[in-house]
Ligand binder design. Structure first.
Ligand SMILES: [Zn+2]
Length: 130
């Protein structure tokens, strides 16, 4: 793996199975996409953490003009234990949102369809959960 990705994965120190899956997806992204993430200091990948009494933490996009907000990909711990194909699809879909700044892709204006289409173009097709 490119050593440069390791700094993005500190949040996964306690969850190596998921870290390995995130890395596997990152390494399969097209180089311009990798560069887009690595060149952006706002880009983050983190693990959704459960705080007793406070519920699940939730990511909310920062307000502001397109591209100016946070680009934080939050992944759930269950992605470490579900099927690898499903985890790869979900991780790639979230990276697609980050790459598209939660926007559309080409003619696709629905952001969920856009993320699925872009993830599929990277080789990560929507797959059933199992
Ligand atoms: Zn989505």
């Amino acid at each position: 793996m490119p050593q440069i990705f390791s700094a993005y994965l500190e949040a996964f120190a306690e969850c190596e199975a998921l870290r390995d899956r995130v890395l596997a997806v990152l390494n399969r992204l097209p180089e311009p996409v990798q560069r887009d993430f690595l060149d952006d200091p706002r880009f983050r990948i983190t693990l959704e953490n459960y705080v007793p009494g406070e519920g699940w933490s939730m990511w909310m996009a920062s307000p502001g003009p397109v591209g100016s907000g946070s680009r934080c990909v939050v992944l759930r711990p269950k992605l470490a234990t579900c099927s690898e194909a499903f985890a790869f699809y979900v991780i790639a879909h979230e990276f697609a949102h980050a790459f598209l700044r939660n926007g559309g892709w080409g003619d696709i204006t629905d952001i969920e369809e856009a993320a699925d289409a872009l993830a599929a173009s990277w080789g990560f097709r929507r797959t059933p959960y199992n």
